[in-house]
Write a protein that binds this ligand. Sequence first.
Ligand code: EPU
Length: 441
Amino acid sequence: MTEHILRVHGGFPLHGKVRVRGAKNLVSKAMVAALLGHAPSRLRNVPDIADVRIVTGLLEAHGVSVRDGDQPGELILDPSRVDRAEAVEVEAHAGVSRIPILFCGPLLHRLGHAFIPDLGGCNIGGRPIDFHLEALRQFGAIIEKTPEGMHLYAPQRLRGTQILLPYPSVGATEQVLLTAVCADGVTELRNAAIEPEIIDLIAVLQKMGAIISVHTDRVIRITGVEQLGGYTHSALADRIEVASWASTALATKGDIFVHGAKQIDMMTFLNIFRQVGGAFEVGDDGIRFWHPGGELRAMPLETDVHPGFMTDWQQPLVVALTQASGLSIIHETVYEKRLGFTEALVAMGATIQLYRECLGGTPCRFGQQNFLHSAVISGPAKLRAAELEIPDLRGGFSYLVAALAAEGTSTVYGVDLIYRGYENFLDKLQSLGAHVEQARA
Ligand code: EPU
């Protein structure tokens, strides 16, 4: 593959309007949910991103037809011919995405068998799948690990069960939902993740005929049904992309209206954005974010599961925090290696020190494990242009933000990764007045 390279001439404020469509982390799961239905589903507000193409490929490998609908961003998914996939077709998606693991429950219900290749996704921590496998075993699945991946079998109909997650994992919660909806009897999931994308997935499943109730204290109860139908659903907006553009506005001293942004899913971010010194205005069809002038304020910040401050918001905001006056303390509690990207910011002139201790907040799972998961940022720092190699999706976008904020010309390698989660990001940058151009290796 030709590596995509961007030259970024930084030091200019970005101004204008961008449109954010459906959340990558809902759309991909809603596409998998369609596999459970016995009628076609219609998913709207689907962004044109690489992860959607990966899930499309996996669904097609299993006999699901995926085609564009009449309106832009609409997909029609027809699962009437679900079939076992050729191992080679599934393996073609090995190492590029985390989504294949979510095919387990639906394939076990439809075919009694599932083959899952080695998983990929961003390198931001170990990303084990032990919670997924334990839950699937509890439903009655038999799992055989082989060098190329995993074979799962359901010798009889999977049965509802009681599951307590050791940590409110987004993926494991989705795994339980997608499996329990057609299992025999009731499943009670405790310590569930309750991210807005999960609630939207529950809405999708309810439209298909599922019976799911969300209780206080992270408890979700699912009453299995014999069969599900299709759905018509418009995906909730991508709150990670919204925060990415908001942080870009702040770091470049710009002003960006994010069409499609919804206040209700952004509340925790908006509070921090305001405390740092950013300004925003909520409108009917989006949110305007801008730097109001003056100094930004340093902040203590701890990432957490919903309703806490999302880990995916941390990386782009850290770039803006390098411009704030004083000491900001970051405590990353969701992924143990999500601060690795700061090394490049230091090379660009930022003052950031990483620590193994849990700084500034509640002790977390990583405190005793030797992971550099806390950071102290001393600002404001003048950022210099640099040569940057993109490490992961969100870290990669953050490098772009840093390059846009730094005076001079930066060269950013491995930009392909950003297309996994940001639709038309190059066009969007150019429409905001960014001086960026594509080059090829
Ligand atoms: N974990 C385990 N065992 C498991 C599953 C998770 O120990 O079996 C741990 C993870 O190692 C991590 C923590 O639990 O430390 C949280 O992981 P979670 O399962 O919640 O994350 P995920 O489902 O793999 C999704 C998003 C991520 C997002 C997180 C947290 C998708 C495809 N990915 O990952 O998004 O950061 O939830 O909100 O939905 C991104 O979009 O760039 C991205 C990484």
